[in-house]
Design a protein. Structure first.
Length: 182
């Protein structure tokens, strides 16, 4: 298991291969489809956006309410395909990585390759454990979206699997080939 800091991703992404396990630390931003739509509209209107896309990592998550004594509530990954219509646009503006669950469209895969980015999968159904890796949480935009507001998280040793790498490696297609019966 390789330990990686978010700031290293732009440099290290060509070294990562589908199936690699990593422990990611650093600042990531939460964002889902409603927030993606608003961010896209801000960019197209020439207005400031909540965080710099270049070099950023987005975690597709809508955390549950925070319990007393905790930084954040349960926060397992959201199905990433819901953001596929926005992902190439964000990747072409420098997004370094996305964290979610599930497969991605061909357009997203091509944008990952074109931009030397990476798509990580987090373990679905383990949101109560994932929140233990989150050391700080701050709502930075679109508070009216509730759990889907944009948050700035600081994570430490967040366990992830490289699902799609910038060389075309893809655990979803490769896994099927490996276990397909002929």
């Amino acid at each position: 298991m390789r330990k990686i800091n978010v700031e290293q991703l732009k440099t290290l992404s060509p070294e990562l291969c589908a199936g690699d396990k990593v422990m990611l630390s650093g600042t990531v931003f939460t964002s889902r489809d409603a927030a993606h739509k608003r961010i896209t509209e801000l960019i197209e209107a020439g207005k400031p956006i909540p965080y710099e896309l270049n070099g950023a990592v987005i975690y597709y998550v809508g955390p549950t309410g925070t319990k007393e004594g905790m930084v954040i509530g349960s926060c397992g990954p959201t199905t990433s395909g819901r953001m596929d219509k926005f992902a190439p646009y964000f990747l072409d503006r420098g997004l370094a990585a996305m964290i979610g669950k599930g497969e991605r469209s061909q357009a997203v895969i091509e944008a990952i390759e074109r931009n030397k980015a990476v798509y990580f999968c987090a373990v679905g159904g383990a949101g109560a454990l994932a929140c233990k890796c989150i050391k700080s949480c701050e709502v930075i935009a679109f508070e009216d979206l509730g759990c889907e507001s944009v948050k700035k998280l600081y994570i430490e040793d967040f366990p992830l699997t490289v699902a799609i790498d910038c060389h075309g490696g893809n655990i979803f297609t490769e896994g099927r080939k490996k276990y397909r019966r002929t």
